[in-house]
Structure formats: structure tokens, C-alpha cells
Design a protein around this ligand. Structure first.
Ligand SMILES: Nc1nc2c(c(=O)[nH]1)N[C@H]1C(S)=C(S)[C@@H](COP(=O)(O)O)O[C@H]1N2
Ligand SMILES: [Mo]
Length: 168
């Protein structure tokens, strides 16, 4: 192989590597909790492992049930110093949580939807699917929202939970 041909092949290899990296946007190994919080967090799987664990069922888009385990989102909000429970009154009821994912997908919940003072339905930040870490494209962290007709708010590859006021 001539030297120029060798460099040509090398250049092409580098280029295709860069393109493939740009397409596969890996989620980091932590979830940030930011915005209207008194304690911003960066939670790793090790942090979640130390917290109270909850398992909920979710039907995937093909209607098949799966058991996801993780931490109640309300416990995470409490840790970050977000207004929950008794504090969730008046203007605090206009706060929401925006979940942002590695692929740019975003979903929103009013804080009351996540609060045990308002509902028994528990939304969790899951890091475990039937005893194993979530598969690469879905993890490391996924919101699991039981009791809805579609799994569209059960967002995968969560990177950040952002708390904001709706009226700013
Ligand atoms: N990050 C991210 N999460 C996502 C989506 C997405 O496009 N990006 N799609 C949602 C939609 S529309 C569906 S139906 C479910 C599919 O989840 P499943 O693969 O477990 O069936 O993921 C949800 N979570
Ligand atoms: Mo969907």
C-alpha cells in the first residue's frame, strides 16, 4: 500500500469513527437535579442503591409488562430540598419537573403528580430492569410512570431533572 493510500484509509477510518460517535449519544453515569432546589444533586447508581428501593410495573410499547426497580422521585426531590408534601401549597403548586434525556427528549410533570400527599401512584427513577442494569439505549436511568395508557412519559437515558415555576 502506498503511503498516500495508507493515510487516505486512516483518514476515512477516523472520519467514520467520529460520525459513529456523534450518532450514539451515551447518557452519563449520573442524573443531575437542578433548578428550584436548595441542594443541587448529581446522583449516581451508587447513590440510588443506598436509598429506599421501589419496584413498579410498566407495559412497553408492545403491551408486555416489565418490572423496573429504582427510587421514588419524591424521595429524590426531598433530598434536593424541593417543596413536597405539606409545603406543596399555593404558588408551589405551579412548580413542575422537566425530565431531560440524552437524546433531547423531554417530559414534564407537575410536582403534585409526583407527590404522595396528592396521589398513590409512584413515579420512580429506575436503574434496574428485572434484576439487571437497564440496556444501553434505555439507561443507565429511566423514569418509570405506571398507570398511564402509553409509556411515552417513561423517558429513557435521563440526564437531568429540572424543577421550575410555571409562571416566571
Ligand atoms: N429518551 C427517550 N425516552 C423515551 C422516548 C424517546 O424517544 N426518548 N420515547 C418514549 C415513547 S413514545 C415510548 S412508547 C417508550 C417506549 O419504551 P419501551 O422501549 O420500553 O417500550 O419510551 C418513551 N421514552
Ligand atoms: Mo410511544
Amino acid at each position: 500500500m502506498s503511503i498516500s493510500r495508507f493515510y487516505g484509509v486512516l483518514l476515512l477510518a477516523c472520519f467514520s469513527f467520529c460520525v459513529s460517535q456523534a450518532q450514539v449519544k451515551e447518557a452519563p453515569a449520573y442524573v443531575k437535579v437542578t433548578g428550584e432546589v436548595t441542594r443541587p444533586l448529581q446522583l449516581t447508581a451508587a447513590d440510588l442503591a443506598r436509598m429506599k428501593r421501589t419496584t413498579v410495573q410498566l407495559k412497553d410499547r408492545d403491551g408486555k409488562e416489565h418490572a423496573y426497580t429504582g427510587v421514588d422521585v419524591q424521595d429524590i426531590l426531598n433530598l434536593a430540598g424541593v417543596t413536597t408534601g405539606e409545603q406543596l401549597r399555593r404558588e408551589n403548586l405551579t412548580k413542575y419537573m422537566l425530565a431531560r434525556c440524552a437524546d433531547g427528549y423531554e417530559v414534564l410533570f407537575s410536582l403534585a403528580e409526583l407527590d404522595s400527599a396528592f396521589t398513590d401512584r409512584r413515579v420512580i427513577l429506575a436503574d434496574d430492569l428485572e434484576g439487571k442494569p437497564l440496556p444501553a439505549g434505555k439507561g443507565p436511568f429511566r423514569l418509570v410512570v405506571p398507570g398511564e395508557h402509553r409509556p411515552a412519559r417513561s423517558c429513557q437515558q435521563v440526564v437531568e431533572l429540572i424543577i421550575r415555576f410555571a409562571k416566571d
